[in-house]
Structures are given as C-alpha cells and as structure tokens.
Design a protein around this ligand. Sequence first.
Ligand SMILES: [Ca+2]
Length: 367
Amino acid sequence: MMQTRVLPLLLLLAACTTPALKPVAVPPVPSAPVSVPLPAVAVPEPLPQNAAFTAWLGEYRRRVLARGGTPAAVESLLAGIEMQPRVLALDKRQPGDSGSATARFDAYLARQVDVGRINLGVAAANRVSETLAAVHARTGVPGEILLAIWGLETGYGKVTGNFDVPSALATLAWDGRRAALFTAELDAALSIIEKGLASRSMLRGSWAGAMGQPQFLPSSFLAYALDGDGDGRADIWQNETDTLMSIGNYFKQKGWQAGLSWGLPVTVPDGFDRTAIRSAERHKTCVRPLEKHSRWMPVAEWKARGLTGIAAFPADDVSAALIEPDGDGQGAYLVTRNYRIIMDYNCSNFYALSVALLGDAISNRPR
Ligand SMILES: [Ca+2]
C-alpha cells in the first residue's frame, strides 16, 4: 500500500532532476564485516500466550455454536475462562504412572495411607454408616472401597481443588499435548451447564479438571453422578450422600461384582517361576500399569503353586492375577477382576493398591 503511493512521486522527482539514468557506483561489500553492527531486523514477535489462547477460545466458541450449542450456555461456560499458567506448570511436572521409574510402592503407600487418613476414614465410616449401607444396597460396592476412594481423592471431601474447571480444561486443550481429551471434557462441561445439572460457578476442582469430592471429570459426572439424598440434584461438591452414591454408581457401571473382594496380600515362595505366569493380554488403555499383572489363574492354581497367606480367599475358583509392585520378592498381591475396576478410576497400581489397603485398614479397625 505504502509503496504504490510513494513510488510515482519518487519517479516524478527523479524525472525532474535527472535527465537520464546513469550507472551508480556500488560500494564494495566488506568481506569480513566483523566490527560493523548488523542493522536491526524486525523479527515478527510470536503472538503473546494470552492472545493465542483468546484466539483459540474464539475458535472454540464458533465451533460449539456452529454445531448447535445453546448460546446462553456457551457464553456462561466461556465467561471467566482464563489461560492458567499454573495449570501448564503442574501438567508438565506430573509424573507418569506410579511416579518416576524408581518410585517405590512401599514409600508411596506409607505417604498415602498413614494413620491420620485411616483414623479419618474410621470416623467417616461411623458418621455416614447409613449412607454407606444405602449405596452398598444399590450398587454392591462395599463401604470401605467408597471411603477409600473418597479419602484418597479429597481427604474425605476436605480438599477438592479450587481451580475454575473450564479454565483448567481450556488451558490444557489449548496447550495441545492432550488436546482431544481436554476439548471433549470442555464439551462435557458445556453439557452440564446446558442440562442445568450444575451452575457455572460450581464447576471447581483440580488443575486437571477433576471436580468435587469424588474428583470426577465432567464426562464422568455426566455418566455416573447420582442424586443420593433425593433432592433431585447430584451435588458432588457439597453433598456427601451424593458423592458416595456417585462413586458407587461409577464402580457399578464399570462392572464391580458385588460380594467379590479386591484381593489380598500374599507371600510368593522362594524360587517361584515367574516366566510361567506371564500374561499374553494386550491392552489398549492403561498399558504400562496393566503389563505388571500376571495372567489370570484360579485361586486353587495359585495355592498349588505355593503362594501362602491366601487362605482368607473364600473361593478356589475365583480368577486372580499376581502383582509385585516393587519387583520380584518385594511384596506381592493377588488381585481379582474388581481390582481392575479400581484401576478404571485411576490407572495406576500404586493408586489402586492404596485404595484397596486403605479400605482394608478402615474396615479392620474397631469402630
Ligand atoms: Ca442430591
């Protein structure tokens, strides 16, 4: 634009003062211009983070409106969404399954399942005993598993996270490392508002978008949250009964078998042949943690192979797998299909074993 305006004027001036073009002496280019400072070159600056995020959010708004999102719900969801650098920092710091490669389960267990958490679990068991019985009756999930999930996720509802969940999800979706996952969760948050299941201001939780006392992602809220106290709402943020009923429903829908324990600690005999129990299962999700499980065998077969501490298992025909989280001969657990349901909640052997053992500790403590 600028050139087209200025160029004719320059040509006009040149025509007035110079009758003809003459060769112009071009100064030689210095062969080694070491001391000559380079002229300042205007490098286009990258879009500031916030501007890039705002552009992403605008595109998201356009997309959800184009596919029929309720405008009022879309604006409600997007109102107050901000890019959260702290979410990005926490996401980059997050270790993989079970922490680093050198993390040990015994140390993790000692941290997660300490006397304080067990005692609070026993107190909670007394306080909400009627609710636990009601959830057990409806879902088949025993109280100690409900309490252990509740206790490990949020300290029995005390630490639910104070991040604005739509902001956290949008930040993670925009960041791109797991864009599809977090965009789908942002869509689920929109559905929660569209359906009037929770208000915009209630959508608070962890930096990774896990909400309320059971730490449900929005998609889990849509799929599993239940109203436990009969007021017509599933309030997983403030209501303990709704929280426990929702956790029970999650387990039931994922396939928890009523009356089947998660498993138990066992002792593996010296010289045990571990190559003979390797699993040929191929997993599509939660691959690395599930690769640590042996193949399934009936309890009777495990007994025949010399495992001890197994007598408490009620039935010899129950299918079970062996896990040694800290390596061969350093603590072993025989687990049932129900243990895999705990892993559905959080794909980690460290987590699932902690839930199982916290549950045992709570239920074995006198009330
Ligand atoms: Ca309710």
